[in-house]
Ligand binder design. Structure first.
Ligand SMILES: [Zn+2]
Length: 236
């Protein structure tokens, strides 16, 4: 009986160890939907219950709308030009029409085994103030008194990814400030110019306009929205 109990206890602890390993690897792969799907043990484990902890008549959570869209919200990490975590957590919110346009683009790209990866979406104005206090230079950060399209929920910083979630080569990193990031810079390898053109064409065809100096920045031009101070919830 004692031996049986020991075997049972061993089995239980092995199960628990396995579960935590699965959870850990799932969270590591939060940004790699494609490989998470391949390795998923069963569909039940992969069901993510959407949390509607915001006013859905104003905002759309892009991840809830389309989990295929990759996210690497850089201001929730130290991997941004101020090298500091500016958001408590990374979530991608957009105004409804903007999010719908993004979903259309993702569906179109799916047909070519490509997809979108978001670096930044709606940026609350209090965060714009924080950025401005660090870098009070309108060449790099929009003055929060005027606000930017990000503060209205109608601008996105993004890139293209392949079916494995790998970023296509755009010639510079996100938030690289210099001529190499300009649309007019033609000294890059033809593949890079082709990748930039692909992103620009599909964005413009769906109601977005580009900006001269940043290949990653697009703003929605078909509707205008108010500046917003709303901060999203991180207690998921
Ligand atoms: Zn931007």
């Amino acid at each position: 009986m004692r031996i049986l109990f020991f075997v049972f206890a061993l089995l239980i602890s092995a199960c628990q160890a396995d579960t935590s390993k699965t959870e850990e690897s799932a969270s590591n792969k939060a940004d790699s939907t494609a490989s998470a799907e391949v390795n998923s043990p069963s569909p039940i484990d992969t069901i993510v219950k959407p949390v509607i902890d915001y006013d859905s008549s104003i905002w759309t959570d892009v991840f809830i709308m389309n989990p295929d869209i990759h996210q690497d919200i850089r201001y929730a990490t130290i991997y941004n030009f101020v090298e500091e975590k500016m958001y408590d957590c990374g979530r991608c919110f957009l105004r409804k029409e903007v999010a719908q346009a993004v979903a259309r683009i993702q569906e179109e790209l799916n047909k070519e085994q490509l997809g979108l990866k978001m670096f930044d979406c709606y940026r609350p104005r209090p965060i714009q103030w924080k950025l401005w206090e660090k870098v009070p230079d309108p060449r790099y950060v929009a003055d929060p008194r005027k606000g930017s399209m990000h503060n209205r929920g109608s601008a996105i910083d993004l890139t293209l990814v392949d079916s494995e979630g790998n970023e296509l080569d755009m010639g510079t990193e996100f938030d690289f400030f210099g001529p190499e990031a300009y649309h007019s810079y033609t000294q890059h390898h033809p593949t890079i110019l082709e990748n930039r053109k692909k992103l620009k064409n599909i964005m413009e065809a769906n109601g977005f306009r580009s900006t001269r100096t940043e290949w990653w920045h697009y703003s929605y031009r078909l509707k205008s929205y108010e500046l917003s101070d709303w901060l999203w919830n991180c207690n998921k």
